[in-house]
Design a protein around this ligand. Structure first.
Ligand SMILES: Cc1cc2nc3c(=O)[nH]c(=O)nc-3n(C[C@H](O)[C@H](O)[C@H](O)COP(=O)(O)OP(=O)(O)OC[C@H]3O[C@@H](n4cnc5c(N)ncnc54)[C@H](O)[C@@H]3O)c2cc1C
Length: 186
């Protein structure tokens, strides 16, 4: 689910990014922002600092960083802005400025803003499949869910959401489904 900031949906996947492993190289060494706060924002700042030396954390309100985290961020020259965001100014999804409610603005090339994960539909839960605390479908090493005969793979089961992972998981799952059908009919 994307945050309700005007301009956010238009920039999603173009200059508002969720994953440094997917997009980091393309915006390396650029003026970069992170929409984040607290432990998650801090962890992401550590990751993104590998890609650029010009990094600003937009907390969009009061900072929730601990004193130790703030000191570490300062040590690594990562700026913190608590100003509340009004909207994102962009050209066809390419970010130009973050406009703040106090009338000021900040120009950045890209913003990392990981959106919380949610399943596309309630079907797995309705069928009785257990979900993890993070909302993913719980599977074992053979991609079996907690319900016999139901398997799952890809983004709906993992934080490691990439095309390569989804394809690899799909391959294994196909084999396991085939094997289970054979064994069920043996
Ligand atoms: C903005 C963005 C950029 C990304 N960039 C990269 C990248 O550069 N490199 C990379 O490796 N990965 C990238 N990813 C991640 C990658 O897209 C996913 O990891 C991958 O597509 C997962 O494949 P999947 O088959 O598990 O899920 P999906 O590709 O999401 O496919 C699931 C399909 O199931 C359909 N569906 C859902 N519910 C139902 C239902 N009830 N009935 C019928 N159909 C249904 C959906 O409509 C969808 O078509 C990016 C993701 C995003 C959001």
């Amino acid at each position: 689910m994307l945050p309700g900031i005007t301009g956010f949906p238009a920039c999603w996947g173009i200059s508002v990014l969720h994953c440094p492993y997917c997009h980091g190289y393309e915006v390396r060494n650029e003026k970069t922002g992170i929409l984040g706060n607290g432990a998650n924002g801090y962890e992401l700042a550590m990751l993104i600092s590998n890609w650029t030396n010009d990094l600003t954390l937009f907390t969009n309100g009061t900072s929730a960083f601990t004193q130790e985290q703030t000191a570490q961020l300062q040590k690594h020259h990562i700026k913190i802005t608590e100003r509340e965001i009004e909207r994102l100014q962009h050209n066809n999804g390419h970010l130009q400025n973050v406009l703040f409610k106090d009338g000021t603005k900040s120009s950045v090339k890209a913003i990392y803003a990981p959106a919380p994960f949610e399943q596309h539909c309630k079907m797995p839960e309705t069928l009785g499949c257990e979900l993890t605390n993070e909302g993913y479908i719980k599977i074992d090493a053979f991609h079996k869910t907690t319900v016999h005969g139901i398997f799952a793979c890809g983004d709906n089961t993992t934080r490691m959401r990439t095309v390569a992972n989804a394809v690899a998981m799909g391959t294994t799952t196909g084999m396991m489904v085939n094997k289970e059908i054979i064994l069920d009919n043996w």
